[in-house]
Ligand binder design. Structure first.
Ligand code: AMP
Length: 365
């Protein structure tokens, strides 16, 4: 398996699997550091294609296109984790892959993710696996109602999730979950009566250096991130614990790249991991405007073998996602002093709830 021995020189090409807004903002950060990006994804004129030196528009199982892509880049990374493992297995033989397939395998499957966390002594919500309606019944009995049934794979932004209340019919719940899932594995999770939801983004370089961004509070609407409040209003010991958890997970997983760790803080001050994402994360968009090094630059630095940058926060901030037609307010937002507008180049008219852009409102003390 090829690996990088030192820092990638300016002018080198970074290959990014996935061509959405995360790839777009990563490609822009890479360009500032003198790199070229080649993005790979199934959609033409996708957000990342518009700002990259090269784009391959092909499905993730097109071995010939994947091979040509891998041969044209110096390192491969990804901007979302729902990439078939078979795809990265093809790529890994031809180009260095950062983070590696083992990290991807953990983070794209909710059961493996929770087993991994618990295996390195990081607490999560109580859970049970379910493979069919019968095992779902046993899982719900063990966890207790109310609980949540989630597809183990391919779920995001609340897709593939069904709340199981006292009166919920389990056959119907199973069918609703299966509607979103490619395979039949489910996970039943206890509902956490959390005080706040937070996330920490950590970067780890090939030499094992670690840098974290401050914990932030995430507020959701209809299961989609609506606002990120920076910093999260937490006492110092919880801030330290959340950051230490993220660093520990990154180290134990052998990460080279970026990891977003979503956590619940409970009323009795437990910090439980909900979900891991081995890539830039929506809750880190504020770093573009309020930190010395943005999460996107940090991601590129880690992937390219450069020293990590300072994660110092220059000011507090609130990041608001512009979902669906909220992006129609772009002119109004541009007129606000202290606001930074980011639009992703997605074609209008937007689907309701689609992430069209975001605005970061800087709070200067
Ligand atoms: P997820 O896709 O797992 O990040 O879930 C989306 C959102 O649903 C989370 O950000 C929470 O607001 C909520 N949620 C998910 N799982 C749980 C849980 N076990 N207990 C309470 N709320 C949850």
């Amino acid at each position: 398996m090829p690996d990088l021995s030192g820092p990638l020189p300016p002018g080198a090409t970074i290959g990014i699997l996935g061509s959405g807004q995360l790839g777009r903002m990563a490609a822009l950060a890479a360009a500032r550091l003198g790199y070229r990006c080649h993005v790979y994804g199934p959609e033409a004129d996708a957000p990342a294609n518009q700002v990259s030196a090269a784009a391959t528009v092909a499905p993730y199982d097109d071995v010939a296109a994947l091979t040509r892509f891998a041969e044209s880049v110096d390192v491969v990374t990804f901007e979302f984790e729902n990439i078939p493992l078979a795809t990265v297995e093809v790529l890994e033989k031809l180009a260095p892959l950062r983070p590696g397939a083992a990290v991807l395998s953990i983070c794209q499957h909710r059961l493996r993710e929770k087993e991994f966390c618990n295996g390195v002594s990081v607490p999560t919500t109580a859970y049970r696996a379910a493979a069919d309606v019968e095992s779902l019944q046993r899982a719900v009995e063990a966890v207790g109602r109310p609980c949540i049934l989630k597809s183990a794979e391919l779920g995001y932004d609340g897709k593939g999730q069904v709340r199981i209340d006292h009166e919920t019919d389990l056959e119907a719940a199973w069918a609703a979950m299966r509607g979103h899932a490619a395979e039949a594995t489910g996970i039943v999770e206890a509902i956490v009566p959390f005080r706040i939801e937070i996330s920490v983004i950590v970067a780890r370089s090939a030499d094992g250096s670690l840098r974290t961004y401050v914990p932030v509070e995430n507020r959701h609407r209809d299961h989609v991130l609506d606002e990120t409040i920076v910093p999260a209003n937490l006492p110092a010991d919880l801030t330290d614990r959340a950051e230490a958890t993220a660093r520990h997970l990154a180290k134990e997983m052998g990460l080279v790249g970026l990891l977003a760790v979503e956590m619940f803080v409970t009323h009795d001050d437990k910090v439980l991991v909900n979900e891991l994402a081995p890539r830039p994360h929506n809750s880190g968009h504020w770093t573009l405007d309020a930190c010395i090094t943005s999460q996107f630059e940090q991601f590129i630095r880690a992937v390219a073998g450069l020293p990590l940058g300072s994660t110092e926060r220059l000011c507090d901030a609130v990041m608001k996602n512009l979902l669906g037609d909220e992006a129609d307010d772009w002119l109004k937002i541009l007129a606000e002093p202290g606001s930074k507008l980011h639009l992703y180049g997605k074609a209008a008219p937007p689907r309701p709830g689609r992430k069209m852009g975001h605005v970061t409102r800087l709070i200067r003390r």
